[in-house]
Ligand binder design. Structure first.
Ligand SMILES: [Zn+2]
Length: 178
């Protein structure tokens, strides 16, 4: 918290023993909350527009991104690129266990998998679980070991929506926890 500069309002709440946000470490607001940044080689990108277009470009060009969120890191890459998924498997030392894939939208997902009403309900619920679906169209073998099912999910945080807006060559990527 020492390095995190709070705005006057948050600073007051954080230091006021009578406030319910007294010493609450997640204290933040739209003025002083956490911001996105992207580190690539020696460069650090900030600013939503440049950051997300750069991130999308990297993914579109077969790079793997480590995305730090509230629940730890996700590794992201283009799930339709067999080579990059294989590289991710090698780096993660994860030979065959299927990866879950995030799709830009229900419409995109429908191009790849069959979705019944119950599955649609689950996919779009606020918990955004991974739902096992029967594939319509095959994915690279490196993604699901050639199975005819896929663990699919939909975007669940602003980062995903910003990113999918910029991704050009395809609209899905592959998250794997580290
Ligand atoms: Zn604030």
């Amino acid at each position: 918290m020492g390095k995190f500069k709070m705005c006057v309002k948050c600073g007051y709440e954080y230091s006021n023993v009578y406030d319910r946000r007294f010493h609450a470490q997640p204290v933040a607001c739209n003025d002083c909350g956490p911001e996105y940044s992207l580190a690539y080689g020696q460069e650090i990108f900030s600013g939503i527009e440049i950051l997300f277009s750069t991130a999308a470009q990297l993914l579109d060009n077969g790079k793997i991104l480590a995305v730090k969120g509230t629940g730890g890191y996700h590794l992201a890459c283009n799930a339709l690129d067999h080579e990059v998924v294989s590289r991710l498997r090698f780096l993660k030392n994860r030979e065959a266990k299927p990866f879950a894939v995030m799709f830009a939208s229900l419409e995109k997902l429908r191009e790849f998998a069959f979705i019944n009403l119950k599955e649609e309900e689950l996919l779009t619920s606020w918990q955004r679980p991974v739902v096992l679906l029967k594939l319509k169209k095959s994915l690279p073998e490196s993604v699901n070991d050639g199975l005819d099912t896929i663990g699919a999910m939909l975007p669940y945080m602003p980062f995903h929506y910003f990113l999918f807006e910029k991704l050009k060559t395809l609209s899905l990527f592959l998250p794997a926890e580290i």
